[in-house]
Each structure stands twice: as C-alpha cells, then as structure tokens.
Design a binder for this molecule. Structure first.
Ligand code: AMP
Length: 300
C-alpha cells in the first residue's frame, strides 16, 4: 500500500500560455492522480473551510483512499502563486500562504500505519517527520522538498533526509541544499546525508540518479510540444515512480529504472495543461505507450 502526505493547494499559476486563478494544486494531489494509475493510494492531507474543490469527485473511479483527508474548521487552505518564463524549468514563487501547512499535520488514520511504501510530498519537514514516525510498517520511504524548506527549516529538513531511502530534488534545490554547483558532487553530498538513492530532476533535461552503491542512471524528458504549465510535473513524476515501485513491490535497480521511465511519462502528461487537467488525461495504456517510445528514443 502506498501512502502520500503533502499539500493540497489553491494555486494561481502564470505561464507564457495564460493564467489559471485559484485552481486545484498541491503536491499530494498531483502525486495521487499519477500514482493511482499503478496502485492503490492512501491520501493524507488537510484543507480549510475555504477549499472550493470536490476532491471526492476528483478521485472518483481511482483507488485513492480519502480517509486521511481532513477538513479543518476555522483554518484556511494552503495557497501558492507561481509563474514560469523562458524554458519554464523553474517556478518563481510570488506568494506562499502556508495556512494549514503551518499548523498541525492532518489527522492520521490508524488504518494507515501498515503502509509499506510512503511518499512525503513537498510540505513542511516537521510534518513529513511526524507522519513518518507514525508509519510503523514502512519498508521504503521517499520524499520531496523545495527551496522554501531548504532556506527556512534546514535542520528539520536534514533530519528528515537522514531517515528516508530516496530523495527527489531538482537541480537548483540540490545546489542550494549542498552548496555544490557540480551536480554529481551535490548528489554525493545528499547520499552522505542518509538516502540510498537521489533522483535529480532537471526539467526539460530529464533526470539524473545516483545511488550509494556507486551506480548512476539518466533519462531524458519525454520529448513533447505540449508544454503549457509545468506545475505538478515533479509530483506527477514522483507519483509514477512510487506507484510503479509499490506495484512491483521491489526496489531492485531494474525496477527503479522502469519506475523512472513511468514517472517521466506521467510528468509529460502533467505539463500538457493547467492545474490537474494534464495528469488527469494519463491512463495506464497511454503511459505504457509513452514508455515504449521513450525506450526506443534512448536505445543505441
Ligand atoms: P511541482 O511543480 O511538482 O514542484 O509542485 C507544484 C505544487 O506544489 C503546486 O501545486 C503547489 O500548490 C505546491 N507547492 C508550492 N509550494 C509549496 C510548499 N512550500 N509546500 C508544499 N507544497 C507547495
């Protein structure tokens, strides 16, 4: 069983292709939409009174358990406003209102304690740590983070990273976290913090992976003309990776490589439209077809 905790956001996003105001976002949302193409997902997150989205409807027909969705009365939902320009590889954050994310973690259902695979999607590292401590059955834990937490909560973040098996991080964040401009050195410094593997996301340049057995793996992004809004690409990528791993019940190197290919396919759908519209178009069949194309692109 795959458990995810992360943000549920009211996003405002600007890209060269338009502006989407007060739309659905959040790391746990994108992750769950992608991962549910592979396996059952246990969702853990919190919204406030102002949440305008019907999450039951969003996940209808998908195996996403919403027992862990808390509606917190008297609180406000997390809000994020970001913009993209140029290559759109990185968002510029214009506004972050933590609201519920700055309070307590979502109420943890006891039925979730035996989750074997856990993804701590981007949120406050104190929340990530607290949730991880509650999952006694965890066999493999991965996490994501971002510059806000690298800059403001460095110690809690380092503690969180020391307890996980796999870290997803983008190139700029890896440089900020480690102080190394060279990305191979940055990966090695992250591995020295605790995880067995680090997956470095490089936007349109794909991913670079390093493991503590000394192995490396790289894959380009799926080549596509349809790039409208990159928001959620990283979380959808992680959803594909973790969904595949949880389905395979294995983290052997061969499985990890295939998982990264499926994550790459999920991300290519996520960027094709604003908010969750892109990732919602992905189906197991369409993902399979993109992975086969990707396989043929990189074989020589
Ligand atoms: P991604 O583009 O995959 O890195 O994730 C984008 C999503 O992350 C957006 O929908 C935001 O709502 C959410 N987000 C942005 N900043 C934060 C933050 N500091 N903590 C948690 N989630 C965030």
């Amino acid at each position: 069983m795959l458990l995810v905790t992360g943000s549920i956001g009211i996003d405002t996003v600007e890209t060269p292709f338009g502006k989407s105001r007060d739309c659905l976002g959040g790391s746990a949302i994108f992750f769950s939409l992608a991962a549910s193409n592979f396996t059952d997902v246990r969702f853990l997150g919190v919204v406030g009174d102002d949440c305008p989205f019907d999450l039951k409807k969003l996940f209808a027909g998908r195996n996403v358990d919403l027992k862990g969705l808390e509606h917190r009365h008297g609180s406000k939902t997390f809000r994020w406003h970001g913009s993209y320009a140029g290559s759109m590889n990185e968002a510029t954050t214009k506004l972050t209102e933590l609201n519920v994310l700055g309070e307590a973690p979502a109420i943890f259902p006891s039925a979730y304690t035996d989750s074997e695979y856990v993804f701590l999607a981007n949120t406050h590292p104190a929340i990530q740590l607290e949730i991880l401590s509650k999952v006694s059955g965890c066999r493999f834990c991965a996490a994501d983070t971002m510059n806000l937490w690298i800059n403001n909560t460095k110690e809690q973040l380092a503690e969180m990273i020391s307890r996980i098996d796999l870290l997803f991080v983008n190139d700029a964040e890896a440089r900020e976290l480690t102080g190394s401009y060279n990305l191979v050195s940055a990966c090695e410094k992250i591995l020295a913090m605790g995880p067995k593997t680090v997956i470095l996301k490089k936007g349109e340049n794909g991913v670079f992976t390093a493991s503590n057995d000394g192995s490396f793996f790289a894959l380009p992004a799926f080549p596509t003309r349809e790039v409208v809004d990159p928001t959620g690409a990283g979380d959808s990528f992680a959803g594909g990776v973790m969904g595949y791993i949880a389905k395979a019940q294995s983290t052997q190197p061969e499985v990890m490589r295939n998982a990264i290919a499926y994550g790459t396919a999920c991300a290519s759908f996520a960027i094709s439209d604003f908010s969750t519209a892109g990732v919602q178009k992905a189906t197991p069949k369409l993902l399979e077809a993109r992975v086969e194309m990707l396989r043929s692109f990189v074989s020589f």
